[in-house]
Design a protein around this ligand. Structure first.
Ligand code: DGJ
Length: 771
């Protein structure tokens, strides 16, 4: 719902953006010209009079914007889209100027954005091809998506700024974005153009920042710290969103945990250079803002031209991080291509760690046969099938199958794989090229490089200059040709190289290049994924280097990390799950010792931890002993029987209170009819005591039957949903700290249901509360 409340003069005074279940975001007009942030929290409809509570008294050693009215200070006004170089000394949301003509005179800054008008319209704003949840006007109308656009303008330069707030009802979330239109007579140079900015009120105890950090093979490790003075900036200058973050961050009240406390989350629908910042003001308030990384961005808007920022997803919760994540997960599912939002994913085996580059067709088929024997459903041919690529030093760009490895080409291999009863999947890295490739020899200027300087290499490769239409068209047509040649069921779309020394032979201004490059990539991905809607595209960038909300409309699944060591994966998956549901990231069982960490781990641990995402295999089945083969096929069979629950259910992170690297989570079917509870310990604790796990999301009025392979005592035990959520389960972990899984299925209704709340014996009310 979007509502407009008039002031006493009958003119719009307050705007209310309230997605169902997501509370209210309230913007108010201050002094008839400035857009102030009034509230983002639980729902209420402000009365016009209440808005007089919005104060911004003048500040000592401050500045009054308007010499004729010194009764307020912008430094003290909570704002929606602050500009710089005025009397608000905090970080601005944007910076722009009209550059000097010829050589003389200073440029004129854009400032004094004043409110002009508003408009409410159905659907999302036009962001010029940037990612948004898909859907035609009818679908978005049915869903109740609507947008408020608040128009501001600098009276001197004529730059108009439209602040866009869209409701995302399926997630109880808000999408913010900003559009610019140059209504002036001179070009305007945008130097900073954030998607959103908002000022949260001062608090006695500082808010805490939850952010993730990491690198290749150690993606997303969660850090939580109180916000002190100054500004904290997260971001990427790599051309891809990076291994550290989604890009996203959370602010939480101290003490907010999975079940309680207030938390606010922000994620960008963007996959390139980004920035998210939090700044504590000198009076204790918090300014959160983010969007395109300002250092690597500039954009010239000629008179009449417009520009749109990427969208930012804003979610909040009064009930802790669990509800906050559920909102992000709902938004993530909504962003996926329609065909994949609620579609089960196959159990796949990927050839990478089984064979790396060292294979021919018969070796691949041996691996595929092994995969089929274990119960896998799809075989993925990873890197090395094209050109003369026997290592990572050549052939990217030459997307012709190597006849020495694949005499029947991709089609021949795909047919033989399908004859084994498996789907066929393929690895591609379309955005890159090797200096040692036919493509580079034919078109050396197609690589991103700085004029008159040798290009930098990363993993012996370069990045194709997609900002040039002819290069983008060539990439798209090569990908289409490969897909048409073998009709894969799955594609792993990889990208293994950050941008460095990036420039374009087109002479395009440096500040525009990276954003134009990404717009072109989004265009390619949009066309290809909608023309091949039944292909499951998994996004990869050297593992989880581009697992962001901007890629979800094309890639409903990401490869979370090349690190498949279960001890590491517990942390990576837990932090990833703050924003993405398990349906959105692949998790594979690999060999032990692990290829990235060298650690030896038990097979059962590897299997159960891989069930925390979309389960798959990354090993050579022939290297397994008979007992290990049994273990893997049992695990796959168990997982396949519960795929709907484990992939499409709701993730509930549990408090594994023993600490020391324990992790626990549950997958719960919508409505609470079924659940699977996982517990794992990454650091063994000799002489450890029992573990207690309290569940959430079950139906308190029903009984559940437990079962577990690891803990015999659970076999056939009957619990009320109420007991599971109030007291929880208790068990003594296996001696060496091996992980466990306990299944809960709703018990058939029976007179002997022990203590079923709501029954006469239990003496409970309908919500499961004891009287
Ligand atoms: C990086 C990916 O993360 C790996 O899984 C694998 O596909 C390699 N690239 C192949 O070069």
């Amino acid at each position: 719902m979007i509502d407009v409340i008039p002031g006493p003069d009958g003119r719009p005074r307050v705007w209310l953006v309230a997605p169902p279940g997501g509370g209210a975001y309230v913007v108010a007009l201050f002094r008839g010209k400035y857009l102030a942030h009034y509230h983002w929290g639980g729902f209420f409809e402000p009365s016009p009079g209440a808005l007089d509570a919005l104060e911004a008294p003048p500040q000592g050693f401050g500045a009054a914007e308007d010499a004729a009215d010194k009764s307020y200070s912008l430094q003290r006004l909570p704002q929606e889209y602050p500009w710089g170089r005025g009397g608000d000394f905090r970080s601005p949301a944007f910076a722009a100027d009209v550059p000097p003509r010829g050589t003389g005179g200073p440029g004129r800054p854009v400032l004094d954005l004043v409110y002009r008008a508003y408009r409410v319209h159905p659907g999302f704003p036009d962001l010029g091809g940037l990612p948004l949840p898909a859907g035609g006007p009818e679908e978005l109308g049915r869903e109740g998506v609507e947008t408020l656009e608040l128009e501001l303008e600098d009276p001197v330069t004529g730059l108009a700024v439209f602040l866009c707030y869209s409701t995302l009802p399926s997630a109880g979330a808000i999408l913010r974005a900003t559009r610019f239109l140059n209504r002036g007579a001179a070009p305007v140079a945008l130097r900073r153009a954030f998607s959103f900015s908002l000022d949260l009120p001062p608090r006695e105890t500082p808010l805490e920042l939850l952010a993730t950090d990491g690198g290749w093979a150690r993606e997303r490790s969660l850090e939580r710290r109180p916000l002190g003075c100054g500004r904290i900036e997260l971001g990427s200058r790599r051309g891809v969103s990076g291994h550290a973050s989604s890009p996203a961050l959370i602010l939480a009240e101290p003490g907010a945990d999975e079940e309680g406390g207030r938390a606010w989350g922000f994620a960008l629908l963007y996959s390139g250079d980004w920035s998210l910042g939090v700044e504590r003001s000198d009076e204790g308030g918090y300014r959160v803002q983010g969007g395109l990384h300002p250092e690597l961005f500039s954009w010239t808007l000629d008179p009449g031209a417009s520009f749109a920022t990427p969208a930012a997803l804003l979610c909040r919760s009064d009930e802790g991080l669990g509800v906050l994540s559920a909102r992000f997960h709902a938004a993530a599912r909504r962003l996926m291509p329609a065909a994949w939002r609620r579609r089960e994913r196959p159990v796949l085996l990927n050839s990478w760690e089984a064979a790396y580059f060292d294979y021919d067709e018969s070796r691949l088929l041996e691996i595929a046969r092994g995969a089929a024997g274990l119960g896998a459903e799809l075989f993925v041919l990873d890197d090395g099938w094209f050109g003369k690529r026997d290592d990572d030093r050549s052939s990217l760009g030459d997307w012709e199958p190597n006849p020495a490895k694949l005499p029947g080409g991709l089609a021949g291999l795909a047919e033989k794989v399908r004859a084994l009863g498996l789907g066929f999947g393929l690895w591609l890295e379309p955005e890159a090229l090797s200096p040692d490739s036919g493509l580079y020899r034919a078109h050396p200027d197609w690589a991103l490089a700085l004029e008159d300087r040798p290009p930098a290499e990363g993993r012996n490769q370069l990045v194709l200059d997609l900002s040039r239409p002819e290069v983008a068209a060539a990439v798209e047509s090569r990908v289409r040709a490969v897909l048409a040649s073998c009709r894969p069921d799955y594609v792993k779309w990889d990208m293994n190289r950050p941008f460095s020394r990036a420039g374009s032979a087109s002479g395009r201004p440096d500040g525009e290049l990276r954003h134009r490059w990404l717009l072109a990539l989004y265009g390619i991905l949009g066309r290809i994924t909608s023309d091949f809607p039944d292909v499951l595209f998994e996004g990869c960038a050297g593992g989880g280097g581009r697992a962001d909300f901007g890629m979800l409309p094309f890639f409903p699944q990401f490869w979370a990390s090349d690190n498949t060591d279960p001890c590491w994966r517990l942390g990576i998956q837990r932090a990833t799950s703050l924003f993405l549901p398990p349906l959105a990231f692949g998790a594979h069982v690999s060999a032990s010792p692990n290829h990235q960490t060298g650690r030896t781990t038990g097979l059962r641990a590897r299997c159960l931890v891989a069930m925390g995402g979309v389960f798959g295999l990354e090993l050579d089945p022939a290297a397994l002993s008979a007992a290990e083969r049994d273990e893997v096929s049992d695990s796959i069979a168990w997982y396949k029987r519960r795929k709907e629950l484990l992939q499409l259910g709701e993730l509930v992170r549990l408090d594994a209170s023993a600490g020391g690297g324990d992790a626990a989570w549950a997958m719960v079917a919508p409505g609470g009819g079924r659940a699977a509870v996982f517990w794992a310990r990454s650091v063994n604790r000799p002489n450890a005591g029992p573990v207690r796990l309290r569940l959430r999301g079950l139906d308190p009025r029903r009984d559940y039957l437990a079962s577990s392979r690891e803990i015999a005592a659970f076999a056939g035990r009957r619990y009320s949903g109420c007991e599971l959520m109030e007291r929880g389960i208790e068990f003594q972990p296996p001696a060496l700290g091996d992980p466990i899984v306990v299944s809960f299925d709703v018990a058939p209704a029976g007179a002997d249901a022990p203590g079923a709340p709501g029954s006469a014996r239990a003496g409970g009310d309908a919500r499961g509360n004891r009287r």
